[in-house]
Design a protein around this ligand. Structure first.
Ligand SMILES: *Cc1c(COP(=O)(O)O)cnc(C)c1O
Length: 452
């Protein structure tokens, strides 16, 4: 151990330093103390040892802690809808709409023509009906909220018929049976884990059935000896019986991604065309907008939802409505949706474009990391297209003495955090999910990570 590291000052000594005394005048003692301890700890582990100025180092640490710790990161994982990284990045038009509405007042609940009270639920209504073909629409905080609302408004105290194969967990603490129970509805399971037939639903009809519910298996696939009724058949059985048919499709896919081989995810229009009475989906998955939950379908059902007290508890914020509205507007021209909405653009990047980006990133990487190109796969993520394969070109890095996990950690802790994949002892960078032109920023982050 070097001398510089052995002679670290004590916490008490640093607290008596004039520069640190000044910090104590303006910041809570506990915060200064934490920064002092961090500073000593960093000096202990750093090869260079003690900072040039203890007071400045402590002040920097205090300032960093005082900032919100929610900040932008560069996603080099190749997972397009990364739930831990905030799912969908927004289109420029959506960002502009949010900034415009957030930085001043808006007509959120004012009818501008009459000057009297309007409704926030009017804002995305026509756009959603326009792009989906639905009779009516409602936007709430997220899809879990949309499901809770729909079940509360339509099925409280009565039976909801659902296949045992769809009693699923979406991630985190969100399980369909729990939401169903919370809404006050009674769960009536039919069929088995792998096979459920139309007759299973038909036999349930001698009960007090408020609705049929289908939940898309967003984040896993069932293969082998499996069966579930076609949504169109289920919709016609529901119609014969006079029971509403609710369909939680999850991802809110509006675009046609079949030319890119992405076909396994139901589109909103598919669910409506099949005859679903109410279709529920997220705003920030394949739709590519802000976090939101959408309910589209029959007027009478949407009205029940809109008027239910839970609607207030899960209502959408003005920034959500602004961002979602601007995103939906882009869908009026399918080509501009694919070009402008980052999620769709990333999913439909050509192999040539990815190779070009990977080449630029390769050139920006420090040579000591022996960067090389490698073919691999990106993932859609976010509980959508679980089995889809998106071929990509990766930049693979040899981390040397730092080790791949060590380099990945330093990249995450940098001034602009870069999130990567680690596999087979290498750090892997996928340019599919990086913003345009970010290659040089990633290169700079690598240089810094090596210098630490
Ligand atoms: C993702 C998902 C949800 C939850 O959506 P949030 O917007 O995250 O609340 C609900 N149902 C299905 C089928 C999903 O895939």
């Amino acid at each position: 151990m070097s001398d510089r590291r052995r002679q670290l000052p004590s916490v008490d000594r640093l607290l008596r330093e004039p520069g640190v005394q000044e910090l104590l005048q303006v910041a809570p003692r506990s915060a200064v103390l934490t920064a002092v301890r961090e500073s000593i700890e960093a000096a202990r582990s750093r090869r260079a040892g003690q900072p040039e100025s203890w007071a400045a180092d402590i002040q920097d640490r205090l300032a960093t802690r005082g900032r919100s710790n929610l900040r932008p990161v560069l996603n080099a994982t190749g997972v397009v809808l990364h739930t831990n990284l905030g799912r969908a990045p927004l289109a420029p038009a959506a960002v502009e709409a949010i900034v415009a509405v957030a930085s001043g007042y808006s007509n959120l609940e004012l009818d501008l023509s009459s000057g009297s009270r309007g409704s926030r639920t009017d804002h995305c209504r026509e756009l959603l009906c326009g792009v989906t073909g639905a009779e009516d629409a409602l936007v709430v905080n997220n899809a879990a909220g949309a499901l809770l609302l729909a079940l509360s408004a339509i099925a409280a105290g009565r039976d909801v018929v659902i296949s045992r194969g769809e009693l699923i967990e979406i991630g985190g603490s969100f399980r369909i049976p729990d939401i169903l129970t919370r809404s006050g509805a009674r769960l009536h399971e039919v069929g088995t884990t792998n096979r459920t037939h139309l007759d299973d639903y038909r036999r349930a009809l001698d009960r007090d059935v408020a609705a049929f519910l289908t939940v898309h298996r967003s984040n896993f696939e069932q293969r082998g000896f499996v069966a579930s009724p076609d949504p169109a058949a289920l919709a016609s059985l529901a119609r014969e019986a006079g029971v509403p048919y609710l369909y939680d499709i999850g991802s809110g896919l509006l675009a046609d991604l079949s030319p890119w081989g992405l076909t396994s995810e139901p589109r909103v229009s598919d669910a409506l065309d099949a005859g679903a009475d109410l279709v529920l989906f997220s705003g920030d998955k394949l739709l590519g907008g802000p976090q939101a939950g959408c309910l589209v379908g029959r007027k009478a059902l949407v009205a029940l939802c809109r008027e239910h007290p839970v609607a207030r508890a899960v209502r959408a914020d003005k920034m959500t409505l602004a961002g979602l509205g601007a995103t939906l507007s882009l869908y009026r021209d399918p080509a501009s949706a694919l070009r402008e909405i980052p999620v769709l653009r990333m999913l439909t990047l050509s192999a040539e474009e990815i190779v070009r980006r990977a080449g630029r990133l390769l050139a920006a990487c420090p040579a000591v990391l022996s960067p090389e190109l490698l073919t691999g796969e990106s993932a859609v993520g976010g509980g959508a297209f679980p089995g889809a394969v998106l071929p990509t070109t990766l930049v693979s890095l040899h981390a040397g003495p730092l080790g791949a996990d060590g380099l990945a950690l330093r990249l995450r802790l940098g001034a602009t955090p870069v999130v990567t994949r680690v596999a087979g002892g290498r750090v892997l960078l996928d340019t599919r999910t990086l913003p345009d032109g970010a290659e040089s920023r990633v290169g700079a982050a690598l240089e810094l990570a090596l210098r630490e």
